[in-house]
Design a protein around this ligand. Structure first.
Ligand SMILES: N[C@@H](CCC(=O)N[C@@H](CSS)C(=O)NCC(=O)O)C(=O)O
Length: 249
């Protein structure tokens, strides 16, 4: 029964690994909380500013110390909660060094975050934006893909220095090259799905299973409207979400 529950929810069985997949209904964003239950050290990936109180409640409820609030990229559809989490907990923020956004840590491929006995490896997966990063928790076969890879989809490539050909290479070289049973956790899902695997996406992803030229055509013709909050999100996310709208004299 417990095993069935674990399989159905994607929760982790490792005895002291703490994992929460948290959802913001408005932007359909997943925020991930990872922690070592022994040392109580925690990391939050892709927090949303409106949901910071929820995140703090989770951290406090579990008696965790937040070390890092890290972003997979400069989001265009919501404001990051990383700056607010820093203000409230004293954690460090992080974002890709190739982006022009501020962060305590400007990171890139090969960098690592350690929390307790766990290590999160940073991989560069540009294409949705030029500064997209994917975080790999090798010890547990879990990967946080941001918007590079979505379940049965991928991030759009029509703004923020997006490039479909670059995204295709990033995903195949850095994500779909991992073992088939690796679990993939995206930054968004718009259909209620929570987790996928490398093996599943290699078989069933309707975009990424195509040859690169066809993939590029698909991406060039998505015809998606711009995210509703893009004008607010982009300037705010340059400063970890702590953007104050200038007031007129
Ligand atoms: N309707 C939403 C934005 C939806 C959207 O554009 N999602 C992005 C990721 S957030 S920039 C995306 O890459 N989607 C790919 C896809 O195939 O859906 C809003 O207004 O916020």
């Amino acid at each position: 029964m417990y095993k069935q529950f674990i399989e159905a929810t994607g929760a982790e069985m490792s005895s002291d690994f703490i994992f929460r997949q948290l959802f913001d209904r408005e932007s359909c964003t997943y925020t991930y909380l990872l922690a070592d239950g022994g040392t109580k050290e925690a990391i939050v990936i892709d927090p949303v500013i409106e949901m910071v109180d929820r995140d703090i409640e989770q951290l406090e409820g579990l008696g965790l110390k937040l070390l890092y609030a890290i972003n997979t990229h400069v989001h265009a559809d919501h404001v990051t909660g990383s700056g607010m989490l820093k203000k409230k907990t004293g954690c460090k923020t992080a974002i890709a060094k190739v982006s022009t956004a501020e962060g305590d840590l400007k990171i890139g491929a090969g960098d690592e975050f350690t929390f307790g006995k766990y290590t999160l490896e940073v991989r560069a997966t540009p294409g949705h934006t030029n500064g997209c990063l994917t975080y790999v928790l090798r010890d547990l076969g879990m990967v946080f893909t941001g918007d590079a890879l979505l379940i049965r989809g991928c991030g759009r490539t029509d703004f923020q220095e997006g490039s479909a050909a670059t995204l295709y290479k990033s995903v195949w070289d850095n994500i779909l090259s991992l073992p088939d049973d690796t679990k993939l956790y995206p930054a968004h899902d718009y259909k209620g799905r929570t987790v996928t695997t490398v093996g599943e996406e290699k078989r069933f992803n309707p975009r990424l299973t195509k040859e690169v030229d066809e993939f590029v055509k698909i991406m060039d013709n998505l015809g998606l409207p711009y995210p509703k909050k893009i004008d607010v999100s982009l300037p705010a996310n340059m400063v970890c979400g702590l953007y104050e709208v200038p007031t007129k004299e």
